[in-house]
Design a protein around this ligand. Structure first.
Ligand SMILES: *[C@@H]1O[C@H](CO)[C@@H](O)[C@H](O)[C@H]1NC(C)=O
Ligand SMILES: *[C@@H]1O[C@H](CO)[C@@H](O)[C@H](O)[C@H]1NC(C)=O
Ligand SMILES: *[C@@H]1O[C@H](CO)[C@@H](O)[C@H](O)[C@H]1NC(C)=O
Ligand SMILES: *[C@@H]1O[C@H](CO)[C@@H](O)[C@H](O)[C@H]1NC(C)=O
Ligand SMILES: *[C@@H]1O[C@H](CO)[C@@H](O)[C@H](O)[C@H]1NC(C)=O
Ligand SMILES: *[C@@H]1O[C@H](CO)[C@@H](O)[C@H](O)[C@H]1NC(C)=O
Ligand SMILES: *[C@@H]1O[C@H](CO)[C@@H](O)[C@H](O)[C@H]1NC(C)=O
Ligand SMILES: *[C@@H]1O[C@H](CO)[C@@H](O)[C@H](O)[C@H]1NC(C)=O
Ligand SMILES: *[C@@H]1O[C@H](CO)[C@@H](O)[C@H](O)[C@H]1NC(C)=O
Length: 863
C-alpha cells in the first residue's frame, strides 16, 4: 500500500537517529543494567523542578512510593511486569527532557507531562517507549515544532493528547499506523495547518474521541473517512478553517454524542437525513458557518438532543417542527439566519427549554400564550423578526425568566403588568408599536437592571417607582411620554435616553417643568452652567455700561480711565493714592499687588502692571471685558480696571486668607490633607473652566502659588490669568523673562515653543500640586538649598525609602497623597503630550485622590 510505503522511510530514519543518539553519557556506563529506580532518577536529573515537587524521588525509597508515581502493585516493585504510571501534570517543570532513560523503565504505561513549561519539540526518543506506553499526555506543555512521524511507533497507545501546545505543520498521515487501538486523539488548539490526509482516518477505527479544533491555519475539507470511524462519540472540529460541505458519510456516526463543526467555513446544505441515526446525540453545534437551505426534519429524531445551535448561517425555511418538543432540549440558538414561520405552541409542563434565541430571522405571527408554561425558560430573545400581536401577560410565568428581548418586531397593545418576573434582569421591547403607559409595577421587580422601551408609542409619565430599581440602562427615548421625570432617574442617567419625548420635563431637559424652555444642551450640568454664564455675561456688560456713563459724565480730561464691572466705591485718584509701599502684598513679573481699604470697609487687591505694553485703551478694554466675563467660584472676581497711557491696574476682590504662597512659605506650614485636596481641586476646577468652558480658550500663563488666593475654608480663587492679553505678547514675554523668581512653574518647552498651550498651564498646576503633597515651596531663591520642587521630587522618587510626602500629614491619608503625587508627576511630565488635560485632572482628584472630600454632585453645583 502506498501509505505503508510512505511510513517505512521515516521509521528507518528514526532507527538511525536512535543509533546516532545512543552514546550519551548516561548509557556510556551501561555495562551493568540500570534499575527502574536509577532510570527514573536519571530522568529527574534532566528536569528543572523549581518547587521541589519531585523531592521524594530518592534512592532510599522504593520508586512506587514516590510522589506522582503509581504502580499497579507496590509490592511487586522489582517485577518487570508491573505497570508504572507517571503523572507529572502541572508541577511547573521545565528543562531538556531525557526520555531515553525514562522509556527504559519497564512497564511504563502512562506518562503525563501536561501543563508544564518544557519549551521544546517532542523528544524523538519517545519512540523507545513504544512497547508499553498506553497513554501519553503532553497537553499544555509548551511544546512546539512539527508532530514527528515517530509517534506512530507507539503501537500500544490508547490515548494521545497533544492539545494546547504550539505544534505546527501537517498532521502526519503516518499516525494511521496507530490503528484501531487508539481511542482518544486530541490535537486541539495547536497551530497545525494544511490538508488532512484521508488515509489518516480510515484506519483509526477504534477512535471514540477526536479533537482537531482550534487549529485555525488548517485549510481542509472534512475528509469523508471521518464518517467511517463508527465508534466516534465526541467529534470536535470547530474553529479549524474547514471548508466545503458536511460529507454524507457523517450521517452514519451512530455513536455520536457531541458534534461540533462551528466556526468554520462550511457551505451547502446539511445532508438530508441528518439526525436520523443520531440516537445518542446530545449537542449539535453548526453555528457560524455558511450553511444554507432548510434544516432536515430528521433532527427531531435525536431524542436525546439537549443543545441545538445553528446560529449565524444562511438557513431558510421553517425550523423543524418536531424540534420544539424534544423532551431533553434545553437550548435553541438559531439567531441570524433566514428562518421563517411561526413560533410553535409549547408543550407546557414537559418542555425543558432554558434558552430560545431566534433574533434576526423572519419569524412572524404572534407569540404563543403557551410560552409562559415553559417553567425552565430563562432567556427568550426574538428581536429583529416580524412578530405581531400583543405580549402575552403570562410571559414571565417561568420562575427563571431573566432575559427578554423582543426589540424591533411589530408587537402592539399595552405592556402587561409583569408582576411575576421576579428574576427579570433585561427587558428589551424597543422598536415595536406598544401603546399605553409604562407599568408602574416594573419598579417592583427586584433585579430588573436593563430596560429599553425606546421607539414605541408609549404615553403617560415615567413611573416614579422606577427609582426603586438599580438601573444600568433606561432607554425610553422616542415615545410620547410626558410629565416630570423622576429626579433620581435624571441624576443617574444621561438625558439622551429620554430624548424624543417632547412632553417630558425636568432639570437638564429642554423643558424644565416650570414652563420655561432652555436651549437644549444635552447634559443637565451643561445646561445649568450655560444658563449661569449667560446671566453673568449680561450682568457684566450692564455694569460696564453704567460705569462708562458715570465716567463720561465725570471728568473727561482725567489721565485715568477707571472702568468698573461691579459697584466699587473708589475714584481713580483714590486708587493712585493707594499705591504705597506699605500696602504691597505681593510682587510678580508684571509689578506689585496692593491692598487698598475703601471707605465703606471693602478691601480690594490691585495688581499694577507697570510694563503694560502701551496698548490702546479700546484694546485693553475689550480684553478686560472678556476676562471679566470669566466667572467661576474658583476664579477671583475681577471688579474693574484702571487705565493710563503707561500703566494698567486690575482690581480684584481681596480674600482675607492671602495667597497659597503666603501659607506655604510661612515658617511653619501645617495644613490637613483634606484642606490641601480642597485647594488642589478648586484650582483644578478653576483652570479647567478657563481651558474647557470658553471659546476661544482662556490660558492662564502665569499660574503659581502666589496667584492662588484663599477664601473661607481654604476655597481657592485663581487670579492673574490672561495678563498677556492685557499687556500684549511682547511685554508679556519681556516681563516673564526678567522674572527670575518662580521659573520653576514654567513648563520646560515654554522658552522655545512658538505658541502657548493649555498643557503649559497643566505643568504649572502640577508644580502647585507637588507643593501641596510635599509641603515644600516650589522655589526658595534665597535659601542655600535652592529647591526646585520638580527636580527635588524627581531625584527622590526612585530612591527606596526617601521621604517625599509631607511627613506632617497622618499616615491615614497616605493613599490619597500617593495618588496626588502620581498625578502631579504626570502633570509635570517633560513631554507635553504626556500631561493630562485639566478636566481629566479634576476627575482624578475627585475620584482617586480623596473621594470623600468632594462628591461629583458637589462639583456640578455652581455657586
Ligand atoms: C513477576 O510476576 C510474575 C507474574 O505476574 C510472577 O510469575 C513472577 O514470579 C514475578 N517475579 C518476581 C521477581 O516477583
Ligand atoms: C523558549 O526558548 C527560546 C530559546 O530556546 C526562548 O527564546 C523563548 O523565549 C523560550 N520561550 C519560553 C516561553 O520560555
Ligand atoms: C491530559 O492532561 C490534562 C491536564 O491534566 C487533562 O485535563 C486531560 O484530560 C488529559 N488528557 C487526557 C486524554 O486524559
Ligand atoms: C492500519 O492498521 C493496521 C493494523 O491495525 C496496520 O497493519 C496497517 O498498516 C495500518 N494502515 C496504515 C495505512 O497505517
Ligand atoms: C442579521 O443576520 C445577517 C445574516 O443573516 C447578518 O449579516 C447581520 O449582521 C445580522 N444582523 C445583526 C444585527 O445581528
Ligand atoms: C400578524 O401578521 C399576520 C401576517 O403576517 C396577519 O395575518 C395577522 O392578522 C397579524 N396579527 C395581528 C394580531 O396583527
Ligand atoms: C436585544 O436585541 C437588539 C436588537 O437585536 C440588540 O441590539 C440588543 O443588544 C439586544 N439586547 C440584549 C440584552 O440581548
Ligand atoms: C405611533 O403613533 C403614530 C400616530 O399615533 C403613528 O403614526 C406611528 O406610526 C406610531 N408608531 C409606531 C412605532 O407604531
Ligand atoms: C436608546 O434608544 C434609541 C432609539 O431606539 C437609540 O437610538 C439609542 O442608541 C438607545 N441608546 C442606548 C444607550 O441604548
Amino acid at each position: 500500500m502506498a501509505a505503508a510505503a510512505a511510513t517505512s522511510l521515516p521509521l528507518f530514519l528514526l532507527v538511525s537517529t536512535l543509533i546516532a543518539a545512543s552514546p550519551s553519557p548516561s548509557s556510556a556506563a551501561a555495562a551493568e543494567p540500570q534499575t527502574p529506580q536509577d532510570l527514573l532518577l536519571d530522568f529527574k536529573a534532566s528536569l528543572h523542578d523549581p518547587t521541589g515537587a519531585l523531592s521524594s524521588w530518592s534512592p532510599s525509597t522504593p520508586y512506587c512510593n514516590w510522589a506522582h508515581v503509581s504502580c499497579t502493585s507496590a509490592t511487586a516493585a522489582a517485577n518487570a511486569t508491573v505497570t508504572v504510571s507517571l503523572s507529572l501534570d502541572g508541577l511547573g517543570l521545565s528543562g531538556e527532557l531525557s526520555v531515553s532513560s525514562l522509556c527504559r523503565v519497564p512497564g511504563l504505561a502512562e506518562l503525563s507531562l501536561a501543563s508544564n513549561g518544557f519549551n521544546q519539540t517532542i523528544p524523538l526518543e519517545l519512540a523507545r517507549c513504544g512497547a508499553s506506553l498506553i497513554s501519553l499526555n503532553l497537553s499544555a506543555g509548551a511544546f512546539w515544532g512539527p508532530l514527528p512521524e515517530q509517534l506512530a511507533t507507539l503501537a500500544s497507545l490508547v490515548s494521545l493528547d497533544l492539545s494546547r501546545n504550539s505544534f505546527e505543520g501537517q498532521v502526519p498521515a503516518g499516525l494511521a499506523a496507530l490503528g484501531s487501538t487508539l481511542e482518544v486523539l486530541d490535537l486541539g488548539s495547536n497551530r497545525l495547518s494544511g490538508v488532512l490526509h484521508p488515509a489518516l482516518f480510515g484506519n483509526l477505527t477504534g477512535l471514540h474521541f477526536l479533537d482537531l479544533s482550534g487549529n485555525q491555519f488548517m485549510e481542509s475539507e472534512l475528509p469523508p473517512e471521518i464518517g467511517r470511524m463508527s465508534s466516534l462519540r465526541w467529534l470536535f472540529l470547530q474553529g479549524s478553517g474547514f471548508t466545503g460541505v458536511i460529507p454524507d458519510s457523517f450521517l452514519g456516526l451512530e455513536q455520536l454524542q457531541v458534534l461540533d463543526l462551528s466556526m468554520n467555513s462550511l457551505t451547502g446544505a446539511v445532508p438530508p437525513g441528518f439526525g436520523l441515526k443520531f440516537q445518542k446525540l446530545m449537542t449539535l453545534d453548526l453555528s457560524q458557518n455558511g450553511l444554507s437551505g432548510p434544516f432536515p426534519e430528521e433532527i427531531a429524531k435525536c431524542s436525546m438532543l439537549q443543545r441545538f445551535e445553528v446560529h449565524e448561517n444562511g438557513f431558510t425555511g421553517e425550523l423543524p417542527g418536531g424540534l420544539w418538543s424534544l423532551p431533553d432540549l434545553r437550548v435553541i440558538r438559531a439567531q441570524s439566519n433566514q428562518f421563517t414561520g411561526r413560533l410553535p405552541e409549547f408543550s407546557g409542563g414537559q418542555s425543558r427549554l432554558e434558552q430560545i434565541q431566534l433574533d434576526n430571522n423572519s419569524f412572524s405571527g404572534v407569540i404563543p400564550q403557551s410560552i409562559g408554561q415553559v417553567r425552565t425558560l430563562y432567556r427568550f430573545s426574538a428581536s429583529l423578526n416580524e412578530l405581531n400581536g400583543s405580549l402575552p401577560d403570562n410571559i414571565c410565568d417561568s420562575p427563571a425568566m431573566s432575559i427578554m428581548n423582543l426589540s424591533r418586531n411589530s408587537l402592539s397593545g399595552t405592556i402587561p403588568e409583569l408582576k411575576s418576573c421576579k428574576r427579570l434582569v433585561s427587558l428589551y421591547l424597543a422598536g415595536n408599536g406598544f401603546t399605553g403607559p409604562i407599568p408602574a409595577s416594573l419598579g417592583d421587580l427586584p433585579v430588573l437592571t436593563y430596560i429599553d422601551l425606546s421607539s414605541n408609542n408609549l404615553t403617560g409619565g415615567i413611573p416614579t417607582e422606577l427609582q426603586n430599581l438599580k438601573l444600568a440602562l433606561l432607554n425610553v427615548s422616542y415615545n410620547q411620554l410626558s410629565g416630570r421625570v423622576p429626579p433620581a432617574l435624571v441624576s443617574e442617567l444621561p438625558a439622551v435616553f429620554l430624548q424624543g419625548n417632547p412632553g417630558l420635563c425636568g432639570p437638564g431637559l429642554p423643558n424644565d417643568c416650570d414652563g420655561t424652555w432652555r436651549k437644549h444642551r444635552g447634559l443637565a450640568l451643561a445646561a445649568t452652567v450655560a444658563s449661569f454664564l449667560t446671566g453673568v455675561a449680561l450682568l457684566a456688560v450692564g455694569a460696564f455700561a453704567v460705569c462708562k456713563r458715570l465716567l463720561h459724565g465725570g471728568e473727561p480730561s482725567s489721565p485715568w480711565k477707571l472702568v468698573l464691572f461691579h459697584p466699587v466705591k473708589i475714584t481713580g485718584e483714590e486708587l493712585i493714592a493707594g499705591f504705597r509701599d506699605k500696602s504691597v502684598i505681593g510682587r510678580g513679573a508684571f509689578g506689585k499687588v496692593y491692598l487698598i481699604e475703601l471707605q465703606d470697609g471693602q478691601s480690594i487687591a490691585v495688581k499694577r502692571l507697570v510694563n503694560s505694553g502701551r496698548l490702546p485703551f479700546r484694546a485693553v478694554k475689550n480684553e478686560m471685558k472678556a476676562l471679566a466675563k470669566v466667572r467661576h467660584r474658583n476664579i477671583a472676581k475681577m471688579l474693574g480696571f484702571c487705565y493710563s497711557e503707561g500703566e494698567v491696574s486690575i482690581i480684584y476682590d481681596y480674600l482675607q486668607m492671602g495667597s497659597l504662597q503666603d501659607l506655604i512659605c510661612a515658617p511653619k506650614f501645617t495644613m490637613g490633607w483634606k484642606d490641601r485636596v480642597r485647594i488642589a481641586t478648586g484650582v483644578a476646577q478653576g483652570l479647567a473652566h478657563l481651558h474647557h468652558d470658553h471659546t476661544p480658550q482662556v490660558l492662564h500663563r502665569d499660574l503659581k502659588a502666589s496667584n492662588v488666593l484663599l477664601g473661607d475654608e481654604f476655597e481657592p480663587r485663581i487670579t492673574g490669568f490672561g495678563i498677556d492679553r492685557v499687556v500684549g505678547e511682547m511685554a508679556y514675554q519681556t516681563s516673564m523673562a526678567s522674572d527670575l523668581n518662580y521659573k520653576c512653574y514654567m513648563a520646560p518647552e515654554q522658552s522655545c515653543a512658538k505658541n502657548p498651550t493649555h498643557l503649559m498651564d497643566v505643568y504649572s498646576f502640577g508644580v502647585i500640586l507637588l507643593e501641596l503633597v510635599t509641603g515644600k515651596p516650589a522655589e526658595q531663591p534665597a535659601s542655600d538649598d535652592s529647591v526646585d520642587i520638580v527636580r527635588w521630587v524627581r531625584r527622590r522618587i526612585n530612591l527606596a525609602d526617601s521621604q517625599i510626602l509631607d511627613p506632617s500629614i497622618s499616615r491615614t491619608a497616605q493613599q490619597g497623597m500617593q495618588a496626588a503625587l502620581e498625578l502631579a508627576l504626570r502633570c509635570t511630565s517633560v513631554m507635553p503630550d504626556q500631561r493630562p488635560a485639566m478636566d481629566e485632572v479634576v476627575r482624578s482628584l475627585c475620584f482617586s485622590v480623596h473621594p470623600q472630600t468632594l462628591l461629583p454632585t458637589e462639583i456640578a453645583l455652581e455657586p
